[in-house]
Design a protein around this ligand. Sequence first.
Ligand code: WTA
Length: 636
Amino acid sequence: MSEEKSVGSREKEFYYPSEEILANANVKAYEELYKKSITDREGFWADQADELHWFKKWNKVLDAAKAPFYKWFVGGKLNIVDNAIDRHLKTWRRNKLALIWEGEPGDVRTYSYHALNREVSKFANILKSMGVQKGDIVTIYMPQIPELAIAMLACAKIGAAHSVVYGGFSVEALAERIEDADSRVLVTADGGWRRGKITDLKTIANEAMKRSPTIEVCITVKRTGQQVYMENDRDFWYHDLMSLPVANQKCETEVMDAEDMLFILYTSGTTGRPKGLLHTHGGYAVYTATTHKMVFDIKEEDRWWCAADPGWITGHSYIVYAPLINGATVMMYEGAPNHPYPNRWWSMIEKYGVTILYTSPTAIRGLMRFGEAWPNRHDLSSLRLLGSVGEPINPEAWKWYHRVIGKDKCPIMDTWWQTETGGFMITPLPITPLKPGSATKPFFGNEIAVVDDKGVDVKTGEEGKLVIKSPWPGMARTIYKNPDRYVETYWKDYQQQGWYKAGDSARIDEDGYVWIIGRIDDVIKVSGYRLGTAEIESALVSHKDVSEAAAIALPHDLKGNAIHAYVILRTGITGSKELKETLKNHVSHEMGPIGKPESITFTDSLPKTRSGKIMRRVLKARALGQDEGDLSTLEQ
Ligand code: WTA
């Protein structure tokens, strides 16, 4: 262990920003502003909030009376959509491109801010006509098409909340999320394009609706034209509704309280069902817009491409809300990065003159594998900044990204954050000297530490638990319908100190740079997607032949981690190669392909604590041939 923890020589290697970057950066000095943001946190955030349009200013920046249930911009009235769209319409930005979208088959659609407003207003009217009211939660299950962003913004405009379920999720995951949110309305599509094939979203939605009967209205966007089953009285085509006269009425943007719910987004936890993290209009708008503008140095002429899926927090914050609030031009692409060829992304960067690319280590590793010739066929000189998110980026991938894509001139913003944090928490700025693989330093206003179980700082360079010591405006306010779980999951371990436990292990080197190591709980990051071992296990156990299951993550060159499952079969069932395949496909059907185990081992027993908890750590150590550690709680 100690070798792993020691500060290696690579950590001395700095990459400095060019004169040009330094001269043009939105933020020109970090230390000074950081100090100011800590000594006067509320003042710092009030200054940032002043950049937005408020129907009524707040009375109090931060209310910590019921911590950890913090409130921000108390008494303030605004709507995030008023900031993301409406206010731009009064300026020349009305004619600016808000969205450039390319479908996988190559079809292109563009929207000016004016056009985006028209579509959002129309769909907002439709939702209202379907009885959607302020405070309702609309579930959205869509491919990466403009209507996904339009539906999200339409909900927010009328004060309804959205719950976007990632389009790669399958029946069980969708049904469970619809049910938890008590959604009456579901917005979906007849399918989407991925690697030349059609994804069967509507078929999955139909099956999910059978399991979760709360849905009364299902609106389907026609994307692929494939035949889908539509039920009378429940199912409507999006384009039919959008052509109704009611869609064309003027639609006022609802005045919301800063603390009103904007969305819930489900994420995997350590146990049981996914948690619906709840974000609000005010703090989230301020936090995402500020981080985006400062970290990615957003300028009027930028073409911003966050190549995540809007179904995850990265897409919510940095495809939809923050860039639109900042009046940027957003690039969005429907399909796979290597379809039809591995130059798809690079050709789009050239074609559209993308200036900033923000993606994940797993995507970079995936594209790196095809070699330099693919990107080298294209003129990537429009790029000026790059970004990474989702898991630690290995220095090899970082350097490839920097050299081959960024031509040694584009700083890489390795942003550490979570669904729970709403926006970037630990991140460089363009002016920060970079170390490949380190997310560098905390963003303004954030105090962080790496501590032991008691909350004492570990020694420089040693591994410990990452905590956030101070509240920030973008923080999730609670877990939907489950405030106790919110406290229990994030705030209980360091209750006395009032710190937020991130669930990651990390270390801080002698230059104060943060190195994220990975999750310490039973959450697995596969290709940057966050999955709970509990979800994979319950999908396995839902198969008739399975009695018990345990899932662990093992290192994988491309995916970062891959899922390995241990399965105890029911008495009388014999394990076979075919059964392994059946079980893998079963998990894929229940959860979606990202949950599909890489491999399955049949076993007669699982290591458990005396209280019956599966010791996944022991399974992992065994699989890796490592020391099994402290086995004192193991049931013999
Ligand atoms: C991991 C994604 C290292 C981390 C925005 C965190 C990272 C989890 C980074 C949250 C990064 C995210 N370096 N690890 N730059 N960014 N992570 O909720 O383990 O899908 O706790 O949010 O991703 O995943 P989530």
